[in-house]
Design a protein around this ligand. Structure first.
Ligand code: BJ8
Length: 425
């Protein structure tokens, strides 16, 4: 890494030694997981570089934006209405943690029996090895699972953390509550950025977020082809980068990759043989740099053709209406997304089952892997309902629970291989 980057990290008060150790592990993992794949689309070069520059060029850009007066907000959930951040020309960064490296530090202040996504995020802050955490002006937390909800109180000791009350149900009263929460966040953002959110500005924020959703939806549709034109690992990497990259540039790059993928589909060209076993993954989000499950499945002869997760379809679910003329109407439109995202934090959450069954059909999946991060109660408990519904529909399903460590890799591989054999028979 260049001296300029080191200077930048120093100015961000990062722990340079620890950061060196952390970064040192990534090229090996990335090479092993991504670069060994055959026949990757040429358009992946942009995303490979975006990952390589995640702690370098992208941070430089963000700091330049900050210098020019742009607000930087960290988020942890796909319900955080990024449209409000975009409306003030702010920068939004998703900060859920996906690395085992920071889990032990997270465990110094959080219980060990807590989901690794939360412990990893906390560890990134405490270890001071995440330049984004160091650069944000404030964080937007939300009341989803108990683990996240209570973590904001601790995180607030280190970074100002604003908490939105996300309802647990989706009735009329819940929609009204969420609408009020969006109004309150709007005021907070106006206060922090010093800019008023007018209807025009919010309209551009909504358009920007919708365009990114449309591009991702297009990418996911390309994966329905057989042979599939892009691996699940590459699609996952793109989804993960959506939380970090400049939204307009990211959208343009995803669309240009989709042009390439659609050409491939027209030519019948894929990254696997036609007829390779097709797997849909459903469950907890997979934050950067978590690639374990996808790597195991795709080195066992199958291909992942979709993810019903928050680093998958739930991220781009719920296109917001673009014809709202007043801020009041636009906030109502933003609030309506509540009903489109089927997170296990809601009760009941029956529409998630419908979503999964529809995705199985659309993506022509041969089987489903229900993946739950260890200690995630909402997704762990909801697994039973989803598993039963899939079995009733005649869809083979494998339930897996794991964390970010490498300890269970052999065991997971054995179970995945047995599942794939069962599908093939
Ligand atoms: S909308 S999935 S981003 S809450 S995995 S931290 S639920 S214990 S991340 Fe999530 Fe929003 Fe829901 Fe999506 Fe808790 Fe479970 Fe951990 Fe989770």
């Amino acid at each position: 890494m260049s001296d300029t980057y080191r200077e930048m990290w120093r100015e961000l008060d990062m722990d340079l030694e620890k950061h060196d150790v952390f970064l040192g592990t990534l090229p090996v993992a990335f090479g092993e997981v991504f670069l060994r794949q055959e026949n990757r689309p040429a358009g992946m070069a942009y995303f490979d570089n975006a990952l390589a520059e995640a702690h370098g060029g992208r941070i430089q850009e963000i700091l330049a934006g900050k210098k020019a007066g742009r607000m930087v907000a960290g988020t942890f959930c796909v319900f955080a209405p990024e449209e409000l951040i975009f409306a003030v020309d702010g920068i939004s960064i998703g900060l859920c943690g996906g690395a085992q490296f920071t889990v032990p530090t997270g465990e110094q202040v959080l219980p060990r029996n807590l989901c690794p996504l939360i412990k990893s995020a906390m560890g990134f802050k405490l270890d001071r090895i995440c330049p984004y955490f160091q650069a944000v002006d404030f964080l937007i937390g939300e009341t989803t699972c108990d683990g996240k909800k209570k973590t904001w109180e601790i995180l607030n000791e280190y970074v100002p953390t604003y908490v939105m009350e996300l309802p647990q149900k989706k009735g009329a009263a819940d929609l009204t509550l969420w609408e009020g929460e969006i109004h309150r966040l709007k005021e907070e953002i106006e206060h922090r950025s010093g800019r008023e959110i007018t209807a025009d500005r919010l309209a551009s924020g909504i358009k920007m977020a919708n365009a990114r959703r449309d591009a991702l939806a297009r990418l996911y549709r390309a994966r329905w082809a057989d042979p599939v034109p892009i691996s699940g690992k590459d699609a996952l990497l793109i989804s993960q980068l959506a939380f970090f990259d400049d939204p307009e540039r990211f959208t343009a790059q995803v669309n240009s990759l989709c042009d390439e993928l659609e050409d491939r589909i027209a030519r019948g060209e894929g990254v696997t043989r036609k007829g390779a076993p097709r797997i849909l993954v459903t469950g907890t989000p997979m934050a950067l740099p978590y690639w374990k499950l996808h790597h195991l499945v795709e080195t066992s002869g199958a291909v992942i053709v979709g993810e019903e997760t928050c680093t998958g379809t739930r991220y781009f679910a719920g296109r917001v209406a673009e014809d709202g003329r007043t801020v009041e109407d636009q906030v109502k439109d933003l609030a309506r997304r509540l009903t489109a995202i089927n997170c296990a934090c809601f009760t009941p959450n029956k529409d998630r089952v419908e979503d999964i069954l529809r995705l199985v059909r659309d993506a022509r999946a041969d089987g489903v892997i229900y993946f739950s991060l260890q200690f995630c109660q909402p997704f762990g408990v909801e697994g039973r309902l989803v598993e039963r519904a899939l079995q009733e529909a005649g869809v083979p399903v494998l339930r897996l629970e794991s964390d970010y460590s490498e300890e269970d890799v052999a065991q997971l591989k054995t179970r995945i291989e047995a599942f794939l054999e069962m599908i093939a028979s």
